[in-house]
Design a protein around this ligand. Structure first.
Ligand code: FAD
Length: 399
């Protein structure tokens, strides 16, 4: 496999590096470095989002006609790799990586021209209303009911685990419009305003103390029928299309950054009179992680080569989703092991952006245990790893 880049791509990388050097200030880097969960906090996210939007680089994967960059696959890869290596914040995927591509594929012209520019600018911040109590992996069993009344649907029921519903002004969601027949055939896809009367958002606080997810209650919430995407009862097709985008991308560059930080920590951590990094048992774990990350990177290249022939991410996104979440969790486990007691330091104020408080132990201890807890969710959110394995068994291995 030839993985060297052309002179044009190397020039593009230089342009990206020059931009990142200028655009990333200490607050943005700290916001990314001290992010203890899967999702970047809203404030850091939106600051970075607007900087990228101004540069025209906020939606590399969108077609150019809708505000995408027009980059080829390798340029997009270079972009995501270099932003990770530079320690840039993550941008929220709900609008850019999920709702946007879904609208481009299935929205009406009116929906596209209204919503897409607002996703690009950051004016709209989306949340995803799929899961309900009892309907996660078995999503087709969802029961949030939507009854037709004149020009509106009237919604009653609840959604759960809704990431950032407390800061979002819009939600894309799945509702039940028909209770008869096959469950998949009675689902409709709607877009709604979070300030619609009758919506209540209740926080769900993680074991680590963070607030990312919520339960959302709907009490006679009216949604105009023009906010439907696709045909009535046909929302399952739209939902499945969108899930492939949700799972896409393993992000080996982010893992390399995690491993680099871990090595640095192990270098500075004394253990039996020498750096932990040199202790054979720990060194073996670090090297094993390094080899696995390299294998993930090659899997990304392989999938990219297939994608360059055209098509959507497909079931391969399930493979990357599993490899990525497992490796993220492994790096967290090793960080806890390296830090020992200092992993247990609880100093949330020292990791807020702009804080001048000194950390009690190594700086990494400020987020390690929170991240360890929070990243348990990465093999659940976006479809559990067991469910991804079912998809791979069926659609890749043909079992
Ligand atoms: C941090 C976080 C953020 C989230 N954000 C959102 C969001 O923004 N919007 C949203 O709609 N949802 C969100 N979710 C919900 C997420 O999609 C669901 O939690 C997930 O799909 C699993 O569903 P469940 O929790 O009902 O677990 P269940 O489906 O009840 O699964 C329980 C266990 O059974 C296993 N299992 C279930 N079915 C099978 C099967 N067929 N084969 C093998 N094993 C199986 C699962 O792997 C799991 O181990 C989020 C979840 C988390 C943790």
């Amino acid at each position: 496999m030839d993985i060297s880049f052309s002179a044009e791509h190397e020039a593009f990388r230089d342009e990206v590096l020059e931009f990142l050097e200028r655009a990333l200030d200490d607050d943005l880097r700290d916001g990314a470095r001290f992010c203890p969960g899967i999702f970047q906090d809203y404030d850091t996210n939106i600051r970075w989002h607007r900087i990228l939007a101004k540069r025209g680089w906020i939606a590399p994967s969108w077609p150019k006609q809708y505000g995408g960059t027009g980059w080829d696959l390798l340029q997009r890869y270079i972009w995501s790799t270099e932003t990770s290596l530079a320690g840039a914040p993550r941008v929220a995927p709900m609008g850019l990586a999920m709702c946007g591509p879904m609208l481009i594929g299935h929205g009406t012209d009116e929906q596209k021209s209204f919503y897409l520019p607002r996703i690009l600018s950051g004016e709209d911040y989306w949340c995803q209303g799929y899961s309900e109590p009892g309907s996660g992996s078995d999503l087709a069993s969802l029961r949030l009911r939507a009854d037709c009344d004149g020009e509106d649907y009237v919604l009653n029921g609840t959604k759960i685990w809704t990431t950032h519903a407390h800061v979002a002004n819009r939600m894309f969601c799945l509702v039940r419009t028909n209770f008869d027949g096959k469950p998949q055939q009675g689902i409709t896809f709607l877009l709604l305003d979070m300030d619609s009367p009758g919506i209540t958002v209740e926080p769900i606080i993680f074991a680590s103390g963070e607030h990312d997810v919520n339960q959302v209650f709907f009490d006679n919430v009216r949604v105009p029928r023009t906010n439907r995407v696709g045909e009535e009862h046909q929302g399952w097709t739209v939902a499945k299309y969108l899930l492939e985008f949700e799972r896409g991308g393993g992000g080996s560059a982010g893992m390399q950054v995690g491993l680099r930080r871990l090595r640095e920590l192990a270098r500075q951590t004394p253990s039996n009179g020498e750096p932990l990094e040199l202790q054979p048992a720990f060194k073996r774990k670090l090297d094993e992680a390094g080899v696995r990350i390299e294998a993930i990177q090659y899997t990304e290249f392989r999938i990219m080569a297939a994608l360059s022939q055209g098509g959507n991410p497909g079931p391969e996104s399930s493979i990357l989703k599993n490899l990525g979440s497992e490796m993220g969790q492994r790096l967290n486990e090793l960080a806890v092991e390296a830090l020992g007691y200092y992993a247990d330091v609880y100093q949330p104020e020292a990791r807020t952006v702009g804080s001048n408080l000194q950390s009690v132990g190594p700086e990494q201890g400020l987020v390690t245990f929170s991240a360890y807890f929070n990243m348990r969710a990465s093999s659940i959110a976006g479809g559990t790893n067991e469910v991804q394995k079912n998809i791979v068994a069926k659609r890749v291995l043909g079992l």
